[in-house]
Design a protein around this ligand. Structure first.
Ligand code: PGA
Length: 256
């Protein structure tokens, strides 16, 4: 049985005081017992990581904190970058890699994604590796090939032991921040194809154990249908993770 996961990607939102308030609201609204059913992760911008972790530590709260990006070298002349050991030292336990905004706006390649995934695993942080097609690729009917190729490239060189600490997130670009969610059937088709790809790469047992999240306009109104799908193990949430009530509702849905 795969434990569900609800991860909130705050993107470039919230100053430190705002981050403290939102983290505290989420901590107050999510009963500890729910965390037996579902792993909850909040993923603020770098400068908000320490404030968020401090709030959660103070409350002895089991909600985890993730980063939105990292660099694959441990230290050195890489202006503006943040390394895996730096994140590990803070207490960060997850890191998004290859989000479509990083790929599309900041030129992140499959090769970069693969280096980051490997650095995170080596450093003891769980990558949440994102994949997903544009509307053009979907309309051309090439989305399964495209997404499975991203998975192949992003996870190249890993073995089944490494995969115990990898989460995959399928996020169709046309559904991100657009309000246009994939239907449960559309999302399931690709998540099942990702799982089949993982079985080819790492064997059936590893594929069965790996969590695959859906992301793209997931909200309280559509979460139940998406989570009912066999190969969807949770959500990577953007917009709705910035409102503690909505985020709470998504976590509650994942406990059922
Ligand atoms: P959204 O973002 O929920 O606002 O569509 C999802 C994501 O980009 O992770």
């Amino acid at each position: 049985m795969r434990k569900r996961m609800i991860a909130g990607n705050w993107k470039m939102n919230n100053t430190r005081p705002e981050a403290v308030v939102l983290t505290q609201e989420i901590a107050n609204r999510v009963p500890a017992a729910w965390l037996d059913q579902v792993d909850v992760v909040i993923i603020p911008p770098f400068i908000d990581l320490l404030p968020a972790l401090t709030v959660l530590d103070f409350d002895k709260n089991e909600i985890a904190v993730g980063a939105q990006n990292c660099y694959w070298e441990d230290h050195g002349a890489f202006t503006g970058e943040v390394s895996v050991p730096m994140l590990k030292d803070l207490g960060v336990t997850y890191c998004i890699v290859g989000h479509s905004e990083r790929r599309g706006l900041f030129g992140e390649t499959d090769e970069d994604v693969n280096k980051k995934v490997k650095a995170l695993i080596a450093g003891g942080i769980t990558p949440i590796m994102c994949c997903g097609e544009s509307l053009g690729i979907r309309d051309a009917g090439e989305y399964i090939e495209f997404v499975t190729a991203q998975v192949d490239a992003g996870l190249a060189g890993l073995d089944d032991i490494d995969m115990k600490n990898v989460v995959v997130a399928y996020e169709p670009i046309w559904a991100i921040g657009t309000g246009r969610t994939a239907t449960p059937e559309q999302a399931e088709e690709v998540c099942a194809a990702i799982r089949a790809k993982l079985a080819d790469m790492f064997g059936a047992e590893t594929a069965e154990a790996t969590r695959i999240l859906y992301g793209g306009s997931m909200k309280p109104e559509n979460v139940d249908g998406l989570l009912a799908m066999e190969d969807i193990d949770g959500g990577l949430i953007g917009g709705a993770s910035l409102k503690s009530n909505d985020f709470k509702a998504l976590i509650e849905a994942a406990t059922k």
